[in-house]
Design a protein around this ligand. Structure first.
Ligand SMILES: Cc1cc2nc3c(=O)[nH]c(=O)nc-3n(C[C@H](O)[C@H](O)[C@H](O)COP(=O)(O)OP(=O)(O)OC[C@H]3O[C@@H](n4cnc5c(N)ncnc54)[C@H](O)[C@@H]3O)c2cc1C
Length: 431
């Protein structure tokens, strides 16, 4: 029987390991951290098990639904009517439907109508190749006007991508608009989902299914090197041991690949090195009371250096308290990425107070800060052509991460789909 080693116990790695076991392979999963789950991992927030990074489900996340059904946890999906807000010019407004768009101040009626049609067209559209070589900035400005770009999109992109902000792929932005646009009950009502118990429910069910089929999970086992011989993979080395393998599936962030696979040809390493990512920090606050009725608030306001906030408890009921995520995305070279937790916590809370001035220090019950160095790939125009093939020049070695499902944004559903497909491909080169 062939031995498959999966590197990374995030959702992609676990979905891939599960599928490989179904295909009849022996499977070892090697994970660098002490906990499985990767970006979808949880922590204990004073008795509430919650994601380190906010997670919601959309109506189009079919690979997640299929996997949940296979694992016998389809009944754990919950759907909630949600609303979006927009904090701009010192005021919190309703956002995300035609009426709120028409009442936005400082933007001409023509621009509002253009923007409304643009969102509708993005939601209905299925093809992306015509967008592939355009930047989001050119594309949105051309279709919606400069005032919409400046007031809405410019701050969102700036406080996520910083020096990369003017060069983000239009195709990638389109899939984000479409995913949310298609998760609606009707034109006036957004509807998002969550998994009862959080992403952990899915991760635990995968772990259980893997364990039952004889798969082995090794935690605290960062991979040092993928070992090859005569152009084919033979195993994987951690500090403690060598795992023989006929096939290796790597799901770790692409920037880590060249160091982990020294036998790749230089031109392949260069292709991986040309893919950049930004980091993310989430300041997560447990509060005595709610900030607003909205799940998501977009922000375009002088002096607020965040693209938005997520009041998670307006999606998933987590008891009497409010849970709010304040996300800070940025290149890890930005000095702010190294700010101590306390300084981030203060800034995050001051942002919340600007949105809801009645909020007081003693409304804070607890705060946690979660950091991730490779939180989001940077997908510039023409990104599709930059992605190296999944099957590498080393026979038996497949490599992918969240940028491989471009133009889709990172998401659990796409990681599930990608992980399963990689496991199914093992048979193609393992004969
Ligand atoms: C802030 C944020 C918000 C998000 N919101 C949503 C959302 O609302 N809905 C949604 O569907 N998705 C969301 N996502 C995306 C979703 O979490 C990811 O798409 C998905 O979890 C990625 O899984 P993965 O297995 O592909 O990658 P990862 O989770 O990154 O897994 C890679 C694993 O490899 C491990 N690893 C790294 N180096 C090594 C090594 N040398 N040896 C062994 N292991 C190693 C890592 O520790 C990690 O566990 C969000 C992500 C973030 C960061």
């Amino acid at each position: 029987m062939s031995n498959v080693v999966v590197i990374g116990a995030g959702v992609m790695g676990l979905a891939s390991a599960y599928q490989a076991l179904l295909e009849g392979y022996e499977v070892d999963i090697l994970e660098a951290s002490a906990e499985p789950g990767g970006m979808a991992g949880h922590f204990d927030f004073g008795g509430i098990s919650i994601e380190r990074f906010y997670h919601f489900v959309c109506r189009t996340d079919r690979p997640t639904f299929q996997l949940m059904s296979d694992l016998g946890i389809a009944d754990k999906l919950r759907w909630v009517p949600t609303t979006m807000g927009f904090f701009t010019q010192g005021e919190l407004r309703h956002w995300g439907d035609p009426i709120s768009l028409l009442s936005l101040p400082g933007v001409s009626l023509i621009s509002k109508l253009r923007y409304g049609f643009f969102i509708l067209a993005c939601t209905c559209r299925d093809h992306w190749h015509a967008l592939e070589n355009q930047s989001a900035r050119e594309w949105i400005t051309r279709y919606c006007g400069k005032d919409i770009y400046d007031q809405f999109w410019h701050p969102l992109l700036d406080f996520k991508y910083y020096e990369y902000a003017n060069n983000i792929s239009a195709a990638w932005i389109w899939t984000r608009i479409r995913r949310i646009g298609r998760s609606r009950k009707n034109i006036l009502q957004e509807e998002l989902g969550y998994i009862d118990g959080g992403s952990k429910t899915l991760v635990d069910a995968l772990l259980h299914a893997i364990d039952q089929r004889g798969g082995r999970l090794h935690l605290d086992a960062p991979v040092r090197r993928v070992v090859t011989e005569n152009g084919r993979v033979t195993g994987v080395a951690t500090a403690a041991r060598h795992f023989p393998a006929n096939a290796v599936i790597s799901t770790v962030p692409i920037p880590l690949v060249p160091g982990m696979v020294p036998d790749l040809p230089p031109e392949w390493k260069a292709r991986y090195q040309a893919i950049h990512s930004i980091g993310v920090i989430c300041v997560i606050l447990k509060l005595k009371r709610s900030i607003s009725p909205h799940f998501w608030i977009n922000i375009s306001e002088d002096g607020m250096e965040i693209p938005g906030i997520i009041e998670f408890s307006n999606l998933r009921n987590v008891g009497d308290n409010a849970i709010v995520y304040v996300p800070y995305y940025m290149p890890v070279t930005n000095a702010k990425f190294s700010w101590p937790d306390e300084r981030l916590r203060e800034e995050a809370f001051s942002c919340l107070q600007r949105i809801n001035p009645t909020l007081k220090q003693d409304d804070i019950l607890d705060v946690k800060v979660a950091r991730l160095r490779h939180g989001q790939p940077v997908c510039e125009p023409g990104f599709a052509a930059k992605i190296p093939p999944i099957q590498t020049t080393i026979r038996g070695l497949q490599i992918a991460d969240t940028c491989y499902y471009y133009p889709e944004d990172r998401g659990i559903a796409e990681s599930v789909r990608m992980g399963r497909n990689m496991a199914l491909s093992v048979r193609n080169f393992n004969a």
